[in-house]
Design a protein around this ligand. Structure first.
Ligand code: OXD
Ligand code: MN
Length: 626
């Protein structure tokens, strides 16, 4: 057996790469690498350890392979994905179900045997003529209770480079796990490249094998489909967490800094893609631990969270010096940044939607050579930068990075925020009555209007529990029940809040400004620290006008009128009741094992809303509840 391994891998790896693999002393890992080397048949295999030389090697390969191009500012590069490969592909992402297993109708799954046969067929010889990279990372801070070791196989130096920016290096940690099988595995190939982008996107597949903790992804480059440690891991981690009693969530982690005293209170926040998660985590005056993925664990009667990542793969739309000063600085100063799918001029200057600069006449973008007015084959104008264009940067270079980012203990979480894109129902901020009420009516009832971060039509209201629907890998009812149970043994669980940055008037104008988020988080900070009272409405607690007026003044130097308060916090009884009906119907008909508590809590909420409607009508101004 050993000889067979040696024969194939020795011919494909240089001596050093081969030694790096054997030094890990992990038979399962070795067999995994061998198997996919044989199947994918690359010309050579390069194994990376935690050294800076290997990181540099990968960065250089991305340029040599033309998966990235240098831009004018030192350290900046541009990568383009194919025109039909610019977002997560939900349709082609499927769980591989062993016989007899069932994840419920809400999750996309296919028979494991058939799926494996298909993906292995696609992978056969797919790396011929290419180099294969083998990389080791840690999900979560290394050497901590949170860490999960992971190995990535890919033929894309862009994917490998992105992972070096986004994750903590994990080769040395891997050494410590010895012969353990407890690690996550990813196999990726961009497939045949034409003009630098995946050619066979019609054969794009992302298949998740939960039993063996392996994700396979082929014929795609977009990082949301390919960077194993990001959304592909989240799926594996959710299942692992449910078995082990912790939570793996699509959540930011941030430190909110008290106005009254020098105190930092940590929050997590779940928002569907492109609904203000990164911009919340980057708010001026606060500090960022993470913008996308969090693991939450219970310790000594408290909840702690750690960032799975150490970088940001952020959407680059409306990033400008006024609204996002910290990100703007890192995107316009020397340092390592990978831009993707923005417009780049001949001089190597990137432009993106909403950057506040004059749009150049021409350049290169995700459609190839671009000039103003360019149309696609359907006659639609091609925007100069894509709505889901991205930047990839390390958190370590940001001024507002929180000093606890790498704390192996994580940070103590006192508040959890749920937010969706909702033009008409939720107020800008509200607080749940208790953990169960928050989990059910905010988290499990989250709806959001769709965005460009996934393929498909935008602006459609969709059910997205905990903003994790795309990634949940256990039956949804069980997932909700797991949340309800999670705080058993926690005397004071985190307070749950809901925010909505997207309320609109009838004429389509936003009711709140981007910067108002800064006030909502300060109010939540005051609430979890018991510094202000609140107004009880049928769906939770909302701020008192006087507290917001003071906060608007202190935080934004803005006047905040009673009229604005009344409009933003009016309780929309009809909209809320309809929402309850929609949500209850989904849990009743599509999700077989929904917990009884869910229906009970929704019923109680319905009764409170109906009682208010009987007294005050359909739209109830908040002052009525004082
Ligand atoms: C992301 C996403 O890229 O959620 O974070 O799509
Ligand atoms: Mn995300």
């Amino acid at each position: 057996m050993q000889k067979k391994y040696a024969d194939l891998l020795k011919t494909k790896c240089c001596k050093k790469s081969y030694e790096k693999l054997t030094a890990l002393n992990n038979a399962g890992l070795f067999e995994f690498v061998r198997k996919y080397t044989e199947l994918c048949n690359p010309d050579s295999v390069y194994v990376c350890d935690d050294s800076d030389q290997d990181r540099e090697y990968i960065g250089n390969r991305a340029l040599e392979n033309a998966e990235e191009r240098k831009l004018a500012i030192d350290g900046h590069t541009i990568h383009f994905d194919g025109y039909n490969d610019l977002a997560r592909d939900k349709t082609s992402t499927k769980y591989l179900l062993p016989q007899g297993a069932d994840l419920g109708d809400a999750l996309n799954a296919t028979d494991k045997e058939t799926g494996l046969e298909e993906i292995h067929r696609y992978l056969k010889n797919i790396m011929a003529g290419k180099e294969m990279y083998v990389l080791f990372f840690s999900l979560g801070p290394t050497n901590s209770e949170f860490s999960i070791s992971a190995v990535q196989i890919t033929d894309s130096s862009y994917v490998a480079h992105s992972e070096y920016i986004l994750y903590r290096r994990g080769y040395e940690q891997f050494k410590k796990i010895g012969n353990s099988k407890s690690f996550f595995r990813y196999v990726h190939s961009a497939g045949v490249l034409e003009n630098g982008v995946s050619k066979n996107v019609d054969k794009r597949r992302v298949y998740v094998d939960l039993e063996d903790n392996i994700v396979y992804t082929v014929n795609t480059q977009y990082a949301g489909n390919t960077v194993g440690l990001k959304k592909l891991s989240l799926r594996l981690a959710i299942r692992k967490a449910s078995q082990e009693g912790w939570l793996a969530e699509h959540m930011l982690i941030m430190g909110v800094h008290g106005l009254l005293r020098e105190r930092i209170t940590y929050f997590t926040g779940a928002f569907p893609s492109a609904c203000g998660k990164t911009s919340t985590s980057m708010l001026k005056g606060e500090s960022i631990v993470g913008d996308d993925l969090a693991y939450l664990r219970k310790k000594e009667g408290k909840i702690y969270a750690a960032n799975v990542e150490c970088g940001i793969f952020g959407i680059i739309q409306d990033v400008n010096p006024k609204d996002d000063p910290a990100i703007w600085k890192s995107l316009t100063s020397p340092g390592e940044v990978i831009f993707s799918n923005v417009l780049v001029t001949e001089k190597g200057v990137p432009y993106w939607l909403g950057d506040g600069r004059e749009v150049p006449e021409k350049g290169s973008n995700y459609s190839g050579e671009w000039q103003k007015g360019k149309k696609d084959s359907q006659g639609n104008e091609i925007t100069y930068s894509h709505k889901n264009a991205r930047y990839t940067v390390s958190l370590y270079g940001l001024k507002n990075v929180d000093c606890q980012l790498d704390n192996p203990e994580g940070v103590w979480i006192k508040g959890i925020i749920y937010g969706g894109r909702d033009s008409s129902i939720w107020p800008p901020v509200q607080e749940a009555f208790n953990w169960t009420h928050g989990v059910i009516t905010f988290g499990a009832s989250l709806e959001s209007e769709t965005t460009a971060a996934t393929l498909g039509k935008e602006g459609v209201r969709q059910f997205n529990p905990m903003s994790n629907l795309d990634f949940v890998s256990i039956p949804l009812g069980k997932y909700v029940a797991h949340h309800l149970k999670f705080i058993e043994g926690v005397p004071v669980p985190p307070t749950i809040f809901a925010v909505n940055y997207f309320q609109k008037t009838k004429t389509g104008k936003y009711l709140t400004a981007m910067e108002d988020k800064r006030v909502w988080v300060k109010w939540m900070e005051l609430r979890v620290n018991h510094d202000v009272d609140a107004v009880k409405i049928p769906t939770g607690y909302i701020p008192r006008y006087a507290d917001l007026k003071k906060l608007f003044r202190e935080v934004l130097r803005k006047d905040y009128s009673e009229g604005e308060y009344a409009e933003q916090f009016t309780v929309k009884i009809k909209g809320n009741l309809e929402k309850i009906e929609r949500i209850a119907e989904i849990y009743k008909t599509k999700i077989t094992d929904a917990p009884d508590t869910l229906f009970k809590v929704l019923k109680e909420q319905k009764a409170r809303l109906e009682e208010s409607r009987a007294k005050y009508g359909d739209n109830v101004v908040p002052t009525v509840f004082l």
